[in-house]
Design a protein around this ligand. Structure first.
Ligand SMILES: Cc1ncc(COP(=O)(O)O)c(C=O)c1O
Length: 270
């Protein structure tokens, strides 16, 4: 069997959807791949009780994105790695949203110094041009024969060129450093807004992957944001998700915080 996490989001193709937790996405496409169990994110005891001798892999997001930016408790990823090693289970990290410098490190899993056996990468990899990559250890790759796994647009030259350029920008042009520094500024500003606005319940995340949980629905704030030149993303009904481009400047962060301050003030006056 396979084990994924409660709150997980791995995508909407059939295999990935089978490992995605939210029934809202799953319902229309059933039956999905069988033998998938879900364990609570961050709870190593529950995971230990969920795996068995037939578990092939455990898959998780090193920071959960779609479900509202959930950072695992320190030690969780290391404990999962140990559990997988002890039971000869493969560990898969989905770094599709959290990877490529977003959290101020190349991979979110770097924050806990944990290396998976298989890693899924996409979104930021080609700077906005469609591309997805699965990284595997050589001994795992050797189970597949050449040509067994291919697709029409796989390895297309435009995506590969933009992918190469993106990796150069990340590693040579200081974008990861920028994500770290600007992430700190944004985080600090959001914490200040939290002490000013009682409707903010929590600010959490790493680098430029930040969630702001409100005590009320965020719908009106999103709509008012559009009118005021601030495009925001949501997560569920009451969480604002900040995933700005890694090139964001301090000036844009200041502007963002100023508009958000106004939107929250208006929301509280309703
Ligand atoms: C962690 C994670 N995995 C995978 C995906 C890819 O999903 P989709 O199939 O919707 O492009 C996403 C997209 O949001 C994601 O956040």
């Amino acid at each position: 069997g396979m084990v994924a996490m409660k709150g997980s989001y791995h995508g909407k193709s059939m295999g990935a959807l089978s490992l995605t937790f939210n029934p809202k996405y799953r319902e229309s496409f059933q039956p999905l791949v069988e033998k998938v169990s879900f364990s609570s994110y961050g709870n190593i005891d529950e995971l230990r009780a969920t795996v068995d001798k037939d578990t092939a892999f455990v898959i998780l997001e090193p920071i959960q994105g779609e479900s509202g930016i959930h950072v695992p408790p320190d030690g969780f990823l290391q404990d999962v790695r140990k559990l997988c090693d002890e039971n000869k289970i493969l560990l898969i990290f989905d770094e599709i949203q959290s990877g490529l410098g977003r959290t101020g490190s190349m991979w979110a899993s770097n924050h806990w110094e944990t290396v998976p056996d298989i890693m899924c990468v996409a979104k930021g990899i080609a700077g906005g041009v469609p591309m997805g990559v699965t990284l595997v250890r050589p001994d795992i790759l050797s189970v597949m024969k050449k040509g067994e796994h291919s697709s029409t647009f796989g390895g297309n030259p435009l995506s590969c060129a933009t992918g190469t350029a993106t990796i150069q920008a990340l590693t040579q042009d200081g974008l990861i450093e920028n994500a770290k520094n600007m992430g700190q500024k944004l985080r600090q500003g959001l914490e200040e807004l939290k002490s000013k606005h009682k409707i903010i319940r929590e600010v959490r995340g790493k680098g430029l992957m930040i969630g702001v949980e409100l005590k009320f629905e965020v719908k009106d704030i999103l709509m008012e944001g559009i009118k005021n030149g601030l495009l925001l993303l949501y997560s569920g009904r009451n969480i604002l998700r900040f995933l700005p481009p890694l090139v964001i400047s301090e000036e844009d962060i200041t502007k963002t915080l100023k508009i958000l301050d106004m939107l929250l003030t208006n929301e509280e006056a309703r």
